[in-house]
Structures are given as structure tokens and as C-alpha cells.
Design a protein around this ligand. Structure first.
Ligand SMILES: *Cc1c(COP(=O)(O)O)cnc(C)c1O
Length: 220
């Protein structure tokens, strides 16, 4: 059995049953994805639209493709026919474009709103105040082809567990407060290879794990 399939089986064992594993396969070759697929993995996360499309075209058709990276509006149309969840929606303009392209494809696209919880400036996402403005805007209520099903966040890249936990708790609190008025909010996408245990302890429903399954990535 390959290292990759062993890891998939291991995560299936250790993750709570109500936590979804998104296998983050960015930069990895299709042969690696197929090993995960053969071990039963059906949800894959990519962060570049073109790369996701190339893989979608050659991989089996019962896979759910999650776009976990920052999305440029002019590229939404390329993934609109098949993407199953967009994790990092961070503007009304983007949400409107997703709605428009989903309508053209006669479908509804599920989205998560990315909230900025990390200290670093480089992380994308809305502040909690801006997210609240988005959730309460009338325009969003009129978008019939997007379904906002939850929130996504990335903690600061640090060894300081207390800091990571407090960032996750902040997001979890906001998630719970939103659920009162927005019953469709059911997913909390937090946790990566390095911090998924902390994320699960804080109520993650979806972990995005890459390097721990597929090995370190080589960026060109
Ligand atoms: C790459 C990436 C991951 C996976 O990171 P690992 O540390 O390799 O598990 C998770 N989420 C997002 C948004 C990513 O870009």
C-alpha cells in the first residue's frame, strides 16, 4: 500500500465521523490523486482554477472538487460547471459573479465566506464586521444560485498554540452567532496539516489537509 493511501485510511480512522476531509492536492500529479481516490477519497481541494480543471478532466467523475484558494472573478466561469464548494469567498462582487455563472449553468454553487482571523496581512478574508454587512445585505438575499453554507478561516502560521486556538475560537463564536439567523450555515472549514487537531477541538466540520497526505510541495 502506498504512503498516500495509508494516510487517507489513517485520517478516516482518526477524524470524527462528522468532520469532512478535503484532500488538498494542489501541485501534486494526477497519479498521486488517483492513489488517494483508490483508497476511497472523493473530495479534493485545489487552489488554482486552471489546475483544478485539468485534473477534473482526467479524474473519475464522482469526485467533489473544492476550490480552496483565492478566486479571481474573471475565472469563475471556467469552474462554474462542476465546482462543488468554493471556500474562500471574500467579497460581494465575487459572490455576484458566482451567482451569475451558476445561473448560466442551471445550478446552484455552495460557498463559504472566508473570515480573516490571522494576524498576518497576507491572509485574505473579510473582517467579522464586513462579513456581517454581507450577510445582512439585501443583494445577497436575492442571489438565487449561490448557497452560503458556512465559514472558512486560516489561523496564523505559528507554533504558538494558544494564539491558534484563540483565532479558531473567535471564528467559532461568530459561526454560532450567525446560525441563529442563517440556518444554512452548517460548515466551519478550519484546520490544515499542522493545526487540524486544534481546529477539531474548536468545532471544525471540514479540515483541509495537504502536505501530511501527499508530502511536502515543491513550488517552482
Ligand atoms: C495549501 C492549503 C491547505 C493545506 O495545507 P497543508 O499545510 O499542506 O495541509 C489548506 N488550506 C488552504 C487554503 C491551502 O491553500
Amino acid at each position: 500500500m502506498s504512503h498516500i493511501s495509508e494516510k487517507i485510511l489513517l485520517y478516516r480512522d482518526i477524524l470524527p465521523k462528522d468532520v469532512t476531509l478535503v484532500a488538498v492536492s494542489k501541485t501534486k500529479p494526477v497519479t498521486d490523486l488517483l492513489e488517494a481516490y483508490d483508497a476511497g477519497q472523493r473530495i479534493f481541494g485545489e487552489n488554482k482554477i486552471q489546475e483544478m480543471i485539468s485534473k477534473y478532466e482526467v479524474m473519475p467523475k464522482d469526485i467533489e472538487w473544492h476550490m480552496i484558494g483565492h478566486v479571481q472573478r474573471n475565472k469563475v466561469k471556467y469552474m462554474a460547471p462542476f465546482v462543488s464548494l468554493i471556500h474562500a469567498v471574500d467579497s460581494l462582487k465575487l459572490l455576484k459573479e458566482i451567482d451569475k455563472q451558476a445561473a448560466k449553468n442551471n445550478r446552484s454553487i455552495s460557498c463559504l465566506i472566508q473570515i480573516k482571523i490571522a494576524e498576518e496581512d497576507s491572509k485574505f478574508g473579510l473582517s467579522i464586521d464586513d462579513a456581517t454587512a454581507l450577510f445582512t445585505s439585501e443583494i445577497v438575499q436575492e442571489l438565487n444560485h449561490v448557497k452560503i453554507v458556512g465559514l472558512m478561516g486560516m489561523a496564523t502560521f505559528t507554533d504558538n498554540e494558544t494564539q491558534i486556538i484563540s483565532e479558531f475560537i473567535k471564528l467559532k463564536k461568530y459561526y454560532l452567532s450567525l446560525q441563529k439567523d442563517h440556518p444554512n450555515i452548517q460548515e466551519l472549514s478550519i484546520g490544515m496539516s499542522g493545526d487540524y487537531k486544534l481546529a477539531i477541538a474548536q468545532g471544525s466540520t471540514m479540515v483541509r489537509i495537504g502536505s501530511s497526505i501527499f508530502g511536502a510541495r515543491n513550488y517552482k
